[in-house]
Design a protein around this ligand. Structure first.
Ligand code: BG6
Length: 305
């Protein structure tokens, strides 16, 4: 089935007063949700949540002011879906970093209003979007996004073939923060991490994570909630996960952000931090034939003084 156009999507899946689909100048289709609890925009390319803003609250998710919405390119910010590998491909460096799922069209298979008034959209990665040379496995991949007071994203991988396969994955979430100098991340104390800016050395996290230079760490064997404690915004963002044993913390800092060119101003990196719920490195997941694996993450706000 080829991806539907915006008119057909609106006929089949729009929800009056809650969900509609629009097309941006580059032809990318965006699901726009506005209900009594929150607002959100999600690009069908990558099933990529771009924004999430609970009513009366500052944005929870960071989207670069210089983000480019272009066919085949990942959007800087939001919640990119890294799948079916995380980072560089294990054996072929010509394959795209973080997998192909974030840069290809997804389709909508369902939309609904839940009993608590939140809005749910189910996205599916169509077979036509899977480059067989990169991923010669039969599978069904869905992302179920629920927008209410909290946001939940569940990435479900079903092995519909006859052979086991292994995946790496991440919800590569960019969070909006007051100032990177005013936050700390708790929940990773005592965990082992692979330090990408330290030659992939294995280190142990002492205390909460604070950021005062480029940080690119893959924490392994941790299923703990993380809290971004943001004294500037007087709030914590809670990241509660199931089906994930890795957490990645990333801030590119000034030099790398400037090189990347899509962080907005020179200080663009100060307003974001990525805390990614993942399965990577030694936590990649084997999915046997006929089995299903789910990565489920809830993002919520807790007010502080
Ligand atoms: C993080 C990686 O997950 O993603 C970083 O740990 C990487 O090394 C970052 O730079 C951004 O990746 P990309 O491909 O979106 O520029």
């Amino acid at each position: 089935m080829s991806p539907l156009d915006v008119t057909t999507l609106n006929q089949k899946f729009a929800i009056p007063g809650q969900l509609k689909f629009t097309e941006d100048v580059n032809g990318l289709i965006i699901a726009c949700i506005a209900n009594e609890q929150a607002q959100s925009t999600i690009s069908l390319q990558g099933a990529h949540v771009m924004t999430f803003e609970p009513v009366g609250e500052k944005p929870v998710i960071w989207l670069s002011p210089a983000a480019k919405l272009v066919r085949g390119k990942s959007i800087r910010g939001g919640v990119p879906i890294c799948w079916p590998w995380f980072g560089a491909h294990a054996t072929d460096s010509t394959f795209p970093g973080h997998g192909f799922a974030r840069t290809v069209p997804w389709q909508i298979v369902a939309s609904e209003v839940l009993s608590d008034g939140s809005t749910r959209i189910t996205f599916e990665l169509p077979q036509s979007s899977i480059p067989v040379a990169q991923w010669p496995h039969a599978c069904q991949v869905r992302s179920i996004v629920t927008i209410g007071k909290e946001m939940t994203v569940e990435l479900i991988t079903e092995n519909t073939g006859q052979m086991m396969f292994e995946i790496g994955e991440a919800l590569h979430t960019y969070f909006a923060i007051s100032d990177v100098n005013k936050i700390r991340i708790t929940g990773l104390e005592g965990c082992t991490y692979l330090d990408k800016v330290g030659d992939w050395q294995r280190r142990t996290q002492a205390g909460a994570v604070t950021i005062a230079a480029e940080v690119d760490r893959l924490y392994v064997n941790t299923d703990s909630d993380c809290l971004i404690v943001d004294s500037g915004h007087k709030r914590c963002i809670r990241i509660a996960k199931r089906g994930s044993l890795s957490t990645v913390v990333w801030n590119p800092w000034v030099e790398k952000a400037t090189k990347m060119g899509d962080f907005g101003s020179d200080t663009g990196y100060c307003g974001m931090v990525c805390v990614e719920s993942a399965n990577a490195a030694e936590n990649c997941v084997e999915v046997p034939a006929g089995a299903t694996h789910s990565l489920h993450v809830t993002y919520s706000i807790e007010k502080t003084q």
